[in-house]
Design a binder for this molecule. Sequence first.
Ligand code: SGN
Ligand code: CA
Length: 536
Amino acid sequence: MKRLRIQWVVSLALSAVVTAGADDRPNIVFIFSDDHAPNAIGAYDGWLKSVNPTPEIDRLAAEGMTFLNSFCTNSICGPSRAVIQTGKHSHKNGFMNNGNSFDWNQQTFPKLLQKVGYQTAIYGKSHLKGTPQGYDDWAVLPGQGLYYNPDLIFPDGRRMIEGHCTDVVTDLAVDWLKNRRDSSKPFMLMVQHKAPHRNWMPAARHLELYDDIDIPEPPTLFDRYEDNAPPARHQELEIDRHMDLHYDLFVDLSPDFEGQGTQKRQDRSAFHNMKRMTPAQLKAWHDHYGPRNEEFHEAKLEGKDLVRWKFQRYAKNYLRCVRGVDESVATLRRTLAELDLSDNTVVIYSSDQGFYIGDHGWYDKRWMYEESLMMPLIVSWPGVTTPGSRNTELVQNLDYAGTFLEMAGAEIPGDMQGRSLVPLLKGETLKDWRDAIYYHYYEYPSVHMVPRHYGIRTGRYKLMHFYQFGDEWEFYDLEVDPDELTNQYDNPYYADEIAEVRKQLEALREFYEDDSDVSEKPREWQDKVRPETAGR
Ligand code: SGN
Ligand code: CA
């Protein structure tokens, strides 16, 4: 009630300012990439920090606030974006897995920003299907979009733009900032990159990056999931057994390649994309990978050596795509400076979920384990965020909508389920901030075969419930086991904590009104420990 009254007063004050013609509400530039793990951002101090993956994003962090405990609610692309649009969990906004379509007629934060006089635009990956609503201008990639010479859908139709997707999307945003927006209004601009999503195709100028070094390996590269509940042994997202040498790692891949791929649902987007490359792009590609593929064939690697080689090629391509995004952050910020907008513009960097870069031997996301539960979140708000500050409260993508609305002085509707991060950005400590986050993943059966699960993460513990293969639970003490290698669910030592956290989980399910079906649906499957290493 109190919060509402304050916001009402703020809105009144703001409308007075607007009528007086001097609108100093901040602009918002929300840069959002796809599958960028915090471990691959220097400012997060993860195990990839030594390769200096993101100098520009680190600069943003040095000027703003980095959220160290930032999490998604459902670790998959479309659903994460739908949560951001609505400020509601998947079971409330209706977009529970990538197969769903987003109901654009519902309440979204860009629509509410328009109502209070903001100009809004989005460029890049949307992944929500349908015609975007709530934007004065937009251009979105169809579906996943392509890395090279992508098609984009504009309000007046679809056309191809030559170039690397990260640059194409950045250029569209820069053009809007410089030439097409209405400079009499504050704005909210969303720049949504495809990179560093699979199939990790870097721009030609980044192909040689990291060529002369070995990327450090994650400590859990050879995890065999012996201690996990069965689902971790059932998945299909291992670098070892499921990552394809040709379609994912470009061994011998050319526009006329005729192989089948190793996965049941093998995606061939890299192959299809190569067919659209210009002769110059294709030449740069083959000049780089050709000789390195020869060396690979000559080495005849097997077992763990082969896994290590695949990890190196994967991690390098992933980090090369990350570098493109990092450069985009620099270009956008340079543009803001040129337009004299830096001082009154909030710049946010985030990504739809985290990702496994070989952690637990995996790529992809979906699980509630830390690497894919985490989302990077860095916010620089000149004059508000303390430079270089690091916040450890538990925050989620659920909170973004309310945050953007409060930044704009708009009222936050009561049916949004997140909380505005504005007080945290101002450096305030709130005694009643949440002490746990709620998670629910639904996409099964599907590519990578991660079963449905829901759970809770507190500052110290994590409890997960897998309900499709019997009644399976995992419990981790993150303080002593940050890599989540020892499932303590059956350990009597933790019995009290488990009972307590389980109660908290049930309370959260009620609080967020998650009444989606979690009844046990037993399925046929085999529970096998991963072979020492199969290699291929
Ligand atoms: C594609 C990817 C998968 C990925 C899903 C969902 N294959 O199918 O690896 O898990 O998208 O990703 S790919 O070869 O096309 O990359 S999401 O980010 O859209 O949710
Ligand atoms: Ca994603």
